[in-house]
Design a protein. Structure first.
Length: 285
């Protein structure tokens, strides 16, 4: 098939990916618009890849029958894709392999995103395990975007990883009731125990409003700790690096004590968008 015949199909797939990314992850989609032009399509691919990994842990319908196995099988499929280079007629897998083939992202970063979801399925026994999972998962998505934007400085990538973690905990603060109701439990067992909850209990019961508030407070503290580490470096980030870490700004807004109402599903407002743009201009969080 000629290149001329392939081009319309490629444009169609790119448009489909853009529409999917906007729908499944509007926060990261909005922030990706500020990445260097060459990295924007890569960011859309990474958003859809991350969504596929998260879908693997949303297994409430099959948990009573298969436990975590169904999700682990789906995640292993993605590991096999990265290992074999065979996209198996899957558009997102094909796009991810293209990023790897071009050296736009590191295989280790993508592996970390998968590992984070596997850890969630296996259980997160304590805070250190959970912290690593958050930084490999939510943090890894932003690191991958930074890599696609040409960021290679190890210190900058480490700060972006923390910024991704900040967005991750902020998103949990915002959507925690919805996440738990959907069958996921991306929280450490020791944090749950402190509020009188267990992982298995959350799958069969429901946390009280007081327990949800306590869990949110713990998440906010973790976000503040990571923010202090990012700010401790002091220096402004180059524009490409800062643009890769922009979701952290939305995470910080979600961590504000009075920012969440009900289940946190209210849409983003103009203030959120302006905060992202101000941070990019200042090039610091």
């Amino acid at each position: 098939m000629t290149g001329q015949m392939d081009a319309p199909q490629s444009e169609e797939v790119a448009f489909s990916t853009m529409q999917a990314a906007r729908q499944i992850d509007p926060d990261r989609f909005f922030c990706s618009l500020f990445l260097p032009p060459a990295a924007r399509i890569a960011a859309l691919t990474l958003i859809t890849f991350n969504h596929e990994c998260i879908r693997a842990v949303d297994t409430s319908a099959s948990w009573s029958v298969a436990g975590p196995m169904a999700g682990l099988i789906r995640l292993q499929w993605w590991r096999d894709v990265l290992e074999s280079g065979n996209a198996q007629r899957h558009d997102t897998a094909r796009a991810v392999l293209d990023l790897l083939a071009r050296g736009a992202v590191r295989r280790e970063t993508l592996d970390g995103i998968i590992t984070a979801r596997e850890c969630e399925l296996d259980g997160l026994p304590d805070r250190p395990t959970w912290q690593s999972s958050m930084l490999d998962g939510a943090g890894g998505v932003q690191v991958a975007m930074a890599e696609a934007a040409g960021v290679t400085d190890a210190e900058q990538l480490a700060r972006i990883r923390l910024m991704g973690g900040i967005y991750g905990v902020g998103a949990l603060v915002r959507y925690l009731p919805v996440v738990l109701h959907g069958g996921r439990c991306p929280l450490p067992d020791d944090m749950l125990a402190e509020t009188g909850l267990t992982r298995d209990g959350l799958r069969t019961g429901q946390a009280t409003a007081t327990q949800i508030a306590t869990l949110r407070d713990g998440l906010r503290q973790q976000g503040r700790d990571w923010l202090a580490m990012v700010r401790g470096e002091g220096a402004r980030l180059p524009r490409a690096a800062m643009s890769a870490g922009l979701p952290a700004i939305l995470g910080l807004r979600d961590m504000r004590p009075h920012a969440i109402r009900g289940e946190g599903t209210q849409p983003r407002g103009l203030g959120d968008r302006l905060a992202v743009m101000r941070a990019l201009l200042r090039r610091r969080i």
